[in-house]
Design a protein around this ligand. Structure first.
Ligand code: CA
Length: 368
C-alpha cells in the first residue's frame, strides 16, 4: 500500500484494520506521523530558517508528538527552489518558503508573498483572513495539489545597499542591482539592470564590483552578511517588499488526511508563528539598525518623493500587465487591491495620525 493511502486508511479505519499491516508496534500504538518539510532557506538562516524549525517544533509539541516534522534546509533533500515540486509530487509533505518563487508556474503567486507598493504584514493578514485571500489562494494552490497557510512575515524590508547615492531617476540608469521578481522588473523599466542572485552570493558580487547595489532583507539579516563593510549608503524602505509573507505549503492529500482537530492546531500554530516572527523581525531589526548606524557609521537614506512616485507609477503598470495574464490572476489582483484601498482608508484615519501624534512631543517616556 502506498504510504499516503496507508496513512489515510489508518486515520479513518479502526484499530483492527491495521492488524498485520507493516507498521511498527510503537508507531501503531501512538498513531504517530512523521512528515518531511523542505525549505527554501539555508540551515538556521535567521528569522526564516529558524522560524521553519520553530513552526515544526510547535506542531510536534502541540500534538504531543503525534505529528513530528523533520526540517530540511534548502538543497539538503531537494534544491531550494525545488521545494514546491517536491511537495506537489509527494516526495516531501510540506514546504516552508516564499510563494513568489513559484511565479514561473503561475503569475498570481506573487500576491501571496509581497508586491511592490502592496500590503504591509498586518494588511496581508487582513486580506488573507477577512478579504477573501485564503479562498483565492486555495483556488490557485489547489491546482497544484497544495494547501498553503501564512506562517511567518518579515515585516517591512529595506530598500537596499547602494554604492552611490540615488538622488534622481537618472541614477537608476545602468545601475546593476540585485533585486528579484517584480521589483526587478520595475527598476528595469527605469533603466536599471536587475540581477537575481541567491543571498549567499551577494556579498562577493557587491565587493568585487559585479553589482552596484543590492536589496536583501532588513538590518538583522543584512548586518549578518556584512554589507556595511562595502558601502555605507543604506536606503529605506523597500518599495518591492513591504511585508514578505512566508508560507507553509502542504501536499493537499496530506492536509486532507489530517483530522479537523489537527488542521485547527496547525492553523493556530501557523498564526502564532506569523505573529511572533513579525515581532522578532521588528525587535531584531531595530537593534541591528542601531549597531549599523552607531558602530559602523552606516548612512540611512530615503528615496525622494519624485523617485517614489515614479517607482509607484511603474509598479502599477507592471502589476496591471501581470493581472491581465489570465482570469484567476485578474480576480486575485482585484481582490488584493480592494483590501489595499480599504486598508489605506482606515490607516489614514487611525494609524497614520496616531504615529504622527506620538512623534510631536519628543520627551515622552524617558528612561527613569
Ligand atoms: Ca528582499
Amino acid at each position: 500500500m502506498k504510504r499516503r493511502a496507508f496513512l489515510k486508511s489508518t486515520a479513518t479505519a479502526g484499530i483492527g484494520a491495521v492488524a498485520g499491516a507493516n507498521l511498527s508496534a510503537p508507531a501503531y500504538a501512538t498513531g504517530k506521523r512523521k512528515l518531511k518539510m523542505v525549505t527554501t532557506w539555508p540551515k538556521k538562516f535567521p528569522g526564516l530558517g529558524t522560524r521553519a524549525e520553530q513552526f515544526a517544533q510547535d506542531i510536534e509539541d502541540s500534538t504531543d508528538g503525534r505529528i513530528s516534522i523533520k526540517v530540511y534546509a534548502g538543497n539538503e533533500l531537494v534544491p531550494a527552489l525545488g521545494a514546491f515540486d517536491a511537495v506537489r509530487s509527494g516526495k516531501a509533505d510540506i514546504y516552508h518558503g516564499s510563494e513568489y518563487y513559484w511565479q514561473g508556474l503561475h503569475k498570481a503567486f506573487s500576491f501571496f508573498t509581497a508586491i511592490p507598493f502592496g500590503l504591509t504584514a498586518m494588511e496581508q493578514d487582513q486580506w488573507i483572513f477577512y478579504g477573501g485571500g485564503q479562498e483565492l489562494w486555495d483556488e490557485l494552490s489547489g491546482q497544484f495539489n497544495i494547501k498553503s497557510l501564512v506562517c511567518c512575515n518579515s515585516g517591512v524590508q529595506m530598500g537596499g545597499w547602494f554604492k552611490k547615492e540615488i538622488n534622481s531617476l537618472e541614477d537608476f540608469k545602468g545601475l546593476r542591482i540585485r533585486i528579484p521578481g517584480l521589483g526587478g522588473e520595475v527598476l528595469k523599466r527605469l533603466g536599471a539592470t536587475p540581477i537575481t542572485k541567491a543571498g549567499g552570493e551577494i556579498y562577493l558580487a557587491l565587493s568585487q564590483g559585479n553589482i552596484d547595489a543590492s536589496e536583501w532583507v532588513g538590518p538583522w539579516n543584512d548586518l549578518a552578511f556584512g554589507f556595511h563593510n562595502i558601502t555605507k549608503y543604506y536606503y529605506t524602505s523597500a518599495f518591492q517588499e513591504p511585508g514578505a509573507a512566508i508560507v507553509a505549503g502542504f501536499n493537499k492529500d496530506v492536509w486532507n488526511s489530517f483530522s479537523k482537530s489537527d488542521q485547527t492546531i496547525i492553523k493556530a500554530v501557523a498564526g502564532s508563528n506569523t505573529q511572533k516572527s513579525l515581532a522578532e523581525f521588528n525587535a531584531r531589526n531595530a537593534a541591528s539598525l542601531k549597531v549599523l548606524v552607531e558602530k559602523h557609521d552606516v548612512i540611512l537614506k530615503k528615496f525622494s518623493d519624485e523617485i517614489l512616485v515614479a517607482l509607484q507609477r511603474t509598479s502599477d503598470e507592471v502589476l496591471q500587465e501581470l493581472a491581465l495574464n489570465d482570469d484567476l490572476t485578474k480576480k486575485i489582483y482585484n481582490s488584493y487591491m480592494d483590501t489595499r484601498r480599504s486598508a489605506m482608508e482606515w490607516s489614514n484615519v487611525a494609524d497614520e495620525p496616531y504615529l504622527r501624534s506620538r512623534r510631536l512631543y519628543k520627551d515622552f517616556g524617558k528612561k527613569l
